[in-house]
Design a protein around this ligand. Structure first.
Ligand code: ASP
Length: 440
């Protein structure tokens, strides 16, 4: 059976197992279609309130989870040789996935030419809604690349924690965890405390999942209600290019990576993480999905050592889905404004997308702000940016939901490959699809 068919069947099995979440998603999309926000603003407000409450509830556990997971992950790894080996593999696999992603995106955008004559499609009333986003993006663009790198160094880790800035937090916690693992026995009590924090946050995640169906229902309903499906005809080629590139990544690239670099059965892994995939779609946030990604992977046999190191870092740094939409969106704008695309410019855009995507936080919309890092190089005026973005933003929420599926799936794929390589995947749990707790 073809790898992509294994993925489809696995997803169907996953949907069957998590039928309540899938029904929530489906009903949400239907209700969103029937109650567009412009005609039913109050229905939209209620849906948006319930959806936002669900995201806040999940995000409540993200910080303690990331901090405790990285500390446990690194102290479990033990010596620095092991840490370098695991870290090296993680960077290698995340790197391969992202380079393949931007290559596919560039080829699709060049072949499909989604931006050609798109300029005529812009409705003047949409433009006014976009000004805010564009000014954010232009400000981001002004901070040059060295400043962006300086900003990720955590001057004050407590500030970074209070503001929820993930990259500085991860840098600090990683250094702190390495230091703890070097400190010997004296660090044991503190590591035990973080083990307790981790166990408690995982328990809370289990409880939160009881709210998944209504939460995902409200999120998908409010998203569809606010963008409506009518906008698609305006920008169908762009939407098609994005969907195609993300689908190739999801149905072909990840399964091939699993096949080439490990013996992990593709279908079993996709079935194992299907709950996380649905939550990623609903929340459009890799960070908010992280607790569930860890739960799905651990329960189906990927060791805690690998999960707690690879997944939190991946949820922040590995954004291949985001890189795909950034490349296609920027090429769309260059085509729309007739900017000549030399091979060098395409390579520059692809490389900048790798940097820009990994500096994006795992939250809704982040990739559309960091895209400014790439736009910096292609010389568009602010007016051109506003017009271009006003087209892209008509379907941004939908595109965000789709790219987040890729961002989350690729983290799990890399975790599974590394666990397989390191003999840290319990195949009985993965093959039997019996969660750890039920087995015990
Ligand atoms: N929403 C994406 C994520 O959380 C980030 C982005 O591309 O905006 O993974």
């Amino acid at each position: 059976m073809g790898l992509h068919m294994q993925v489809v069947i696995a997803l169907l099995l996953g949907i069957k197992r998590n039928g309540h979440i899938f029904l929530g998603l489906l009903f949400g999309i239907l209700i969103g279609c029937f109650f567009p926000s412009e005609t039913y603003p109050n229905v939209y407000k209620i849906l948006n309130f319930v959806g936002s409450a669900f995201i806040n509830i999940i995000q409540m556990v993200v910080l303690p989870l990331v901090v405790s997971a990285i500390i446990i992950g690194i102290s479990n790894i033990g010596d620095s040789k092991q840490l370098t080996k695991l870290g090296g593999k993680m960077i290698l696999y995340y790197g391969i996935i992202t380079v393949v992603a931007v290559t596919i995106a560039a080829i699709i955008a060049i072949v499909m030419h989604p931006g050609l004559s798109a300029k005529n499609l812009v409705h003047p009333e949409i433009i006014s809604h976009i000004q805010g986003y564009v000014s954010d993006a232009i400000n981001y663009q002004r901070e040059n690349i060295t400043q962006i790198f300086l900003d990720v160094i955590p001057k004050n880790p407590f500030n970074a924690l209070a503001e929820g800035k993930m990259i500085p937090i991860i840098i600090f916690v990683t250094v702190f965890a390495i230091a703890l693992s070097k400190a010997g026995d004296i660090s044991r009590p503190l590591v035990s405390i973080f083990e307790s924090i981790f166990a408690a946050t995982m328990k809370i995640t289990d409880w939160i999942m009881y709210l998944a169906a209504p939460g995902i229902f409200a999120l998908s309903a409010s998203a569809v209600s606010s963008f409506g499906f009518g906008v698609f005809h305006n920008i169908s080629k762009y939407a098609l290019a994005i969907v195609l590139a993300l689908a190739i990544q999801f149905f072909i690239v990840y399964p091939l990576m699993l096949k080439i670099f490990s013996k992990v059965p593709v279908g079993k892994l996709y079935a194992a993480i299907s709950e996380a995939i649905m939550v990623a779609f609903g929340t459009a946030s890799s960070s908010a999905t992280l607790p569930l990604t860890i739960t799905c992977c651990e329960k189906r046999g990927i060791s805690n050592r690998v999960c707690s190191f690879v997944l939190p870092l991946g949820a922040t740094l590995n954004m291949d889905g985001t890189a795909i939409i950034q490349v296609i969106s920027v090429l769309f704008l260059t085509q729309m404004y007739g900017i000549e695309l030399t091979p060098l410019l395409v390579i520059e855009i692809a490389l900048l997308a790798i940097v820009a995507s990994s500096t994006s936080a795992g939250i809704p919309g982040a990739g559309m702000i960091t895209i400014a890092l790439i736009l910096n190089g292609i010389g568009l005026t602010p007016e051109q940016l506003v017009v271009g973005f006003s087209l892209l933003f008509t379907i941004e929420r939908f595109v965000d939901m789709l790219r987040t599926i890729c961002n989350v799936t690729s983290d799990a794929v890399v975790a599974a490959i590394i666990a397989d390589n390191e003999n840290e995947l319990k195949y009985d749990l993965l093959l039997g699809q019996t969660p750890k707790e039920e087995k015990a």
